[in-house]
Design a protein around this ligand. Structure first.
Ligand SMILES: Cc1cc2nc3c(=O)[nH]c(=O)nc-3n(C[C@H](O)[C@H](O)[C@H](O)COP(=O)(O)O)c2cc1C
Ligand code: SF4
Length: 437
């Protein structure tokens, strides 16, 4: 794509500054909305555009906004900038490189649902992009884009930034709300959903940073313009964070449904090691792994489903054939064991037992029976957890076993465990776990 719609920092130098942003149609949709439109008009355009949430589940944004009750006040917008999924770094670039588009999208969402206060929740480690965002917010206030009685109307809006404390679970919307309210970040029971009982128990829209960055363009150019991109059910453009064994890792902005996984790999320069690519994790560690045989699948929500995976947060981690899947699955399960919030037993204990099994295999003490045991531990987690993190944790085991069982068999039959490299890794991890967490 010649011109980016979201990653405009790649085409327009200094778009992070408000003057440059405004000189490129920035805040035009915002001015038009507040001075000439009703909230429901904005909502109608976003709904009609078919914009789906970019945080993972792909839920239609306009439909979500329409669940907000009209007669309950106050109501809130919360922007999810937790971006904790391994391999995901798209929101980081948006916040740092094109922050006004995120602010304008947030503002339009607030106007659409009749909210006067929005929070942008950033992961604690985002101090540098956070500074860019805070500077942009100061500029927006100074230019009269935010604050009281905007453009001489009776509509007022404040946007505040809040930093998390670095827990993966705080990307889950209800845990995020707990964290924002000052409590331990653990998921809430749903229903009720945030649309009716969200922040401070009031109606709340929670959207991902990238979702909202699309909104100014949609309101400015119209729903038909946006729908002309992508497919019928996956409209518009999407950011893909590409990493792993590729020559050119980075964020790629593509029309949904027009390119395949192989195209994305080619755009990223192909294998960086010269070895064949064996598989990709399309949504970091929480997604079903995709073997290279399925790289013909198109990059949209529906096509990824047909190959038994998901588009999720679109963090494509490519792995060459030197990667052993027992080793890779252990890395992921170690992550989930650490990030499990501990609220429910199947996830807290299940990830702990699973890690013990993988450690046993890496240390060279594993046998074939342990492969079956891994599948058994999985069964104790699937469908029994309080929130999706537990399910995510099982993906790494279920799908590496499904697609690469031979890796597991080779691992025990060829006695690959117990190598100095693996023993050093286990020692390092044990040290980090005791000393660092
Ligand atoms: C364990 C877990 C972690 C999540 N992490 C994130 C995240 O880092 N960023 C995000 O936008 N959504 C994340 N989500 C999804 C959110 O719960 C929520 O669905 C999303 O923010 C809604 O925004 P959207 O509709 O614009 O996609 C996570 C979900 C789960 C279960
Ligand atoms: S599934 Fe895991 S992260 Fe989710 S509530 Fe249970 S313990 Fe916490």
């Amino acid at each position: 794509m010649a011109k980016h719609l979201l990653l405009r920092d790649l085409d327009i130098p200094n778009i992070r500054e408000i003057e440059v942003y405004q000189a490129n149609d920035g805040y035009a949709a915002w001015h038009k909305a507040v001075t000439t439109m009703k909230g429901e008009d904005v909502l109608g355009i976003v709904k009609d555009a078919g914009l789906r949430g970019r945080g993972g589940a792909g839920f239609p944004a306009g439909l979500k906004w329409s669940f907000i009750p009209k007669d309950v006040f106050p109501k809130y917008v919360v922007v999810n900038g937790d971006e904790s999924e391994p391999g995901t770094f798209k929101d980081h670039q948006l916040i740092r490189g094109n922050p006004h588009q995120v602010i304008e999208g947030t503002a339009l969402c607030a106007f659409a649902i009749g909210s006067n206060l929005a929070y942008i929740y950033l992961r604690g480690e985002f101090s540098e992009p956070g500074k860019a965002l805070e500077k942009a917010l100061d500029e927006a206030y100074a230019k009269g884009m935010l604050g009281k009685n905007l453009f001489g109307t009776n509509y007022s809006l404040d946007i505040r930034v809040h930093y998390g404390a670095g827990a993966y679970i705080c990307g889950e919307e209800s845990a995020l709300l707990e964290s924002l309210e000052g409590r331990i970040g653990q998921p809430r029971l749903k229903p009720p959903f945030p649309a009716t009982n969200g922040l401070y128990n009031k109606p709340t829209v929670i959207n991902n940073v990238e979702t909202l960055a699309n909104v100014p363009l949609i309101v400015h150019n119209g729903a038909a313009w946006y729908k002309a991109m992508g497919t019928e059910k996956s409209t518009g453009v999407k950011l893909f964070s590409v990493s792993g064994h590729v020559k050119n890792p980075g964020n790629y902005e593509l029309e949904l449904g027009k390119f395949s996984i192989q195209d994305l790999l080619d755009m990223a320069g192909g294998s960086s090691t010269g070895r064949p690519i064996k598989a990709v994790l399309p949504a970091g560690s929480s997604s079903p792994i995709i073997p290279a045989a399925n790289f013909g699948a198109k990059l949209d929500y529906e096509s990824m489903g047909t190959i038994g995976s998901v588009l999720g947060s679109c963090s494509f981690i490519f792995m060459d054939d030197s990667v052993n899947m027992v080793w890779a699955a252990r890395k992921m399960i170690r992550f989930f064991k650490h990030e499990s919030c501990g609220k429910c037993t199947p996830c807290r204990e299940g990830t702990n037992w699973a890690l013990k099994l993988y450690n046993k295999m890496l240390s060279g003490e594993g046998g074939k029976a342990d492969i079956d045991l891994i599948a058994d531990v999985n069964k104790q987690i699937i469908g029994k957890c309080f929130c999706p993190l537990g399910e995510f944790a099982t993906s790494s085991m279920t799908f590496t076993l499904k697609h690469f069982k031979q890796d597991y068999i080779d691992f025990v039959e060829k006695k690959m465990g117990g190598s100095p490299e693996f023993l050093a890794e286990l020692a390092r991890d044990a040290h980090a776990t005791h000393g660092g967490h």
